[in-house]
Design a protein around this ligand. Structure first.
Ligand SMILES: [Zn+2]
Length: 154
């Protein structure tokens, strides 16, 4: 399942990437190019306002909530997407590209010393080289997603 998220939902785009979904953040205002890109890559459009989208375009999710975690819940409910722990932290939150394994030595100059000493496994973005590791942030995301799942499926 792939997504294209309109301009006003940048935070949501980052979260979808964080949990491993291929998500284009569409900053352009043009409705035409939005639809073309969605159709070309078979992406579900996520937006806040129905008016932006042609009625013929069925693959659209309209989010109504303001808080990003509530928005995520809406997307999960409306799309039926499965949140899987193995998918989390596989994609760069900045540019949507896949993360690749990185050698510990190689990331040494790029991460804080404390992180370097505490962590064993590092990944980096294949495109922008941003370095990722499974620190406290990882635990927090897992916890948030577990809460969302409980709410969605109860
Ligand atoms: Zn990146």
């Amino acid at each position: 399942m792939k997504f294209i998220v309109t301009k006003e939902l940048g935070k949501l785009a980052r979260w979808l990437r964080l949990i491993g979904f291929d998500t284009v953040y569409f900053e352009n205002e043009s409705k035409g190019s939005l639809i073309i890109e969605a159709l070309r890559d078979d992406r579900i459009i996520i937006t806040r306002t129905r008016e932006k989208i042609d009625d013929l375009q069925k693959k659209t999710i309209v989010v109504t909530k303001d808080a990003v975690q509530e928005q995520l819940k809406e997307v999960i409910q409306k799309s039926g997407l499965k949140v899987e722990e193995e998918r989390m932290f596989t994609r760069c939150t900045l540019c949507n590209d896949l993360l690749v394994a990185a050698q510990k030595e190689e990331v040494k100059p790029l991460v804080p010393e404390r992180v370097y000493n505490q962590q064993a496994v590092f990944k980096k973005c294949s495109s922008c080289s941003k370095v990722y590791w499974q620190g406290s942030h990882f635990e927090k995301v897992k916890k948030v997603m577990a809460e969302i799942r409980t709410k969605v499926y109860s």
